[in-house]
Design a protein around this ligand. Structure first.
Ligand code: UFG
Length: 323
């Protein structure tokens, strides 16, 4: 059985939908931001907080857990600057608790959700895993801290991990049953789609004089199902007897500016977006684009969805479920 912590959240629920096809899955989620209805009904669900040692201890005693996939975290850069204690408690403190229960029960395999925010603001076209880490906000720092802890646990115990550094996850499941739903929403693609559907007055473009061709920030958007599939490959590999701990970027390797995202949303929907140019959002790097060559070489993974497909899937889900 595979334990998925945070399996009711956006990325976790998409992973669970793929994983139940081949494994017994136990989902833990405290439902602070996740949605119970997003959890595939083939999975076993327990409402639990990974910071609760005794509850986890009981769960690990009751279920034959072989590995943990860990998505349970707070993940908003801006919020982490305003409320760092929440980020260090949820992302570092609670994860450490989970790790210690794993060690106690000799469950020595973890897939960890990390982030491009661990790199900070590297002035480089394509970020590979050798780029020095210099996170500039508590969110990125909290994720890097756990990577360091994982490295130490892997040296000391019978413990191996794969850390996946996501760039910008987007899109929805092809069934349109689950998709991206945050409250409040802060991510660009859902915000643009909400505006196009008439649920927002306008889209604020945060910064128009960055050192990029059109002055707006460039990001690397990756379809959430491509992300999920990378996790499955990483898990298969991690469970093999000769696996090694490793860290991989997960992105498409292609950058799109905020304006290009808005234009592509307009093209996909046939609607016109109302925008306003605004001040920069603190902590936003001008460009974050992955080199995903390492995971391609090691696991043979490649993103299968392009930007239009990402936006199409998000639009289909929004229309079916939310509007
Ligand atoms: N943006 C706008 N207007 C909006 C919302 C966003 O202009 O209303 C811009 C942002 O300034 C940024 C880009 O659109 O330049 C993307 O912003 P998102 O909020 O969608 O995503 P981020 O790049 O800030 O963050 C995401 C994840 C983080 C992760 C990061 C790593 O949410 O968890 O990618 O690249 F750390």
């Amino acid at each position: 059985m595979i334990l998925v912590a945070g399996g009711a959240g956006y990325i976790g629920s998409h992973l669970v939908k793929e994983l139940v096809e081949k494994e017994e899955v136990l989902v833990l989620d405290n439902l602070s931001t996740g949605h119970l209805e997003s959890v595939d009904e083939r999975a076993t669900f327990i409402q639990a907080d990974i910071g609760d040692f005794n509850h986890l201890d009981t769960i690990f005693s009751e279920y034959p857990i072989r590995a943990v996939m860990h998505f349970a975290a707070s993940s908003l850069v801006g919020e982490s600057v305003i409320d760092p204690k929440k980020y260090y408690a949820n992302n570092v403190g609670a994860t450490l608790n989970l790790l210690n229960v794993m060690v106690k029960h000799r469950v020595g395999r973890m897939i960890f959700s990390s982030t491009a925010a661990t790199y900070g603001t590297p002035n480089i076209e394509y970020i590979d895993e050798s780029v020095p880490l210099n996170p500039i906000n508590p969110y990125g720092k909290s994720k890097r801290m756990i990577e360091e802890i994982l490295e130490d646990y892997a040296k000391a115990y019978d413990f191996r991990f794969v850390s996946l550094r996501y760039f910008n996850a987007a899109g929805a499941h092809e069934s349109s049953v689950i998709g991206e739903s945050h409250e409040p929403e802060t991510h660009l693609i859902p915000i643009v789609l909400e505006q196009l559907a008439g649920f927002r007055e306008k889209v604020s473009i945060f910064g128009t004089n960055y050192d990029t061709p059109d002055g707006t920030c460039i990001r690397d958007y990756i379809h959430v199902t491509d992300l999920a599939n990378a996790h499955i490959l990483a898990l298969d590999n991690l469970l093999s007897s000769d696996s090694k701990s490793a860290i991989f970027n997960l992105g498409n390797g292609q950058g799109y500016s905020v304006r290009e995202i808005i234009e592509t949303c307009e093209k996909v929907t046939g609607l016109q977006c109302i925008v306003e140019n605004c001040e920069k959002r603190p902590g936003d790097p001008a460009r974050l684009v992955a080199s995903a060559r390492k995971i391609e070489q090691v696991f043979g993974w490649k993103a299968e969805h392009n930007l239009e497909e990402i936006i199409e899937s998000a639009w289909n889900w929004h229309r079916e479920k939310r509007f």
